[in-house]
Design a protein around this ligand. Structure first.
Ligand SMILES: NC(=O)c1ccc[n+]([C@@H]2O[C@H](COP(=O)([O-])OP(=O)(O)OC[C@H]3O[C@@H](n4cnc5c(N)ncnc54)[C@H](OP(=O)(O)O)[C@@H]3O)[C@@H](O)[C@H]2O)c1
Length: 214
């Protein structure tokens, strides 16, 4: 697929690199320096290049939205028309100082995004994964058992896109249902982050969803 990365920080750079190495055509965009984007593209290999958010969006089959909540307006304005695009968001609706979530249990950042982009096909995925996990922690385990990663959304086509990207990242995609499930995955992501980063001797964190029932 052609995958546009909107936000090339910890999440966007790691996921974009994995996608490029898995064979997708990746455009890294939205960082404070063009040089950083070019370096990322060089490191990710022949399938990656640097571009503007508009360029990343123009020909994309899928877009990864990986910016701070406070930057949604800016990056979406720069990306232009996203009608019909599968937009995979990993962004959490955090306060400016990252002290907590600003969207509560009655809604989620992903649902608010879907309202901002009524013609796009929004899926929520990857936001339960601290970016370090993507490369390091699961490297050994991945060979034995793939860890699960939940995603949710209302559009079946966009969900297929997300599931493929999740698989290419080394996880087992678990469909958690409609987009409103993001109300629960987003606070869960924060819990995971707190556990991973806040402890004095930060635990090596492993979590796994088992399929209940059948
Ligand atoms: N990190 C995680 O483990 C993790 C896990 C789950 C979900 N998330 C969510 O994923 C989203 C991204 O997180 P992250 O950790 O990747 O954030 P981050 O490292 O801060 O990346 C954000 C990106 O936005 C760019 N940016 C910021 N201000 C800008 C501006 N004025 N103009 C252009 N570019 C600008 C940054 O540029 P620079 O590269 O130049 O700094 C960076 O590339 C967040 O919503 C977070 O809640 C993160």
């Amino acid at each position: 697929m052609r995958v546009g990365i909107l936000g090339s920080g910890l999440m966007g750079s790691k996921l974009g690199t994995i996608f490029a190495r898995a064979g997708h055509e990746v455009v890294f965009s939205y960082a404070r320096s063009k040089e950083k984007l070019q370096q990322l593209a060089r490191d990710a290999g022949a399938n990656a290049r640097a571009g503007t958010p508009g360029e990343a969006a123009a020909h994309a089959d899928a877009l990864l939205l990986a910016v701070h909540w406070s930057h949604f307006g800016d990056v979406l304005k720069r990306a232009g028309d996203l009608a019909g695009k599968a937009v995979v968001t990993c962004s959490l609706p955090m306060a400016d100082d990252n002290s907590g979530l600003v969207v509560g249990l009655a809604s989620s950042g992903a649902e608010k995004l879907a309202k901002m982009l009524p013609k796009a096909r929004v899926v929520c995925a990857f936001n339960t994964v601290p970016s370090e996990v993507l490369f390091d922690v699961y490297e050994a385990r991945r060979k034995a058992t793939r860890p699960s990663l939940v995603y949710c959304g209302d559009d079946s086509g966009a969900k297929r896109v997300a599931a493929e990207l999740i698989r290419d990242t080394g996880f087992d995609p678990v469909d958690a249902g409609p987009l409103r499930i993001a109300r629960y995955t987003e606070p869960f992501a924060l819990l995971v982050g707190e556990l991973a980063y806040s402890g004095q001797h930060g635990p090596e964190l492993a979590y796994r969803f088992e399929r209940f029932g059948k």
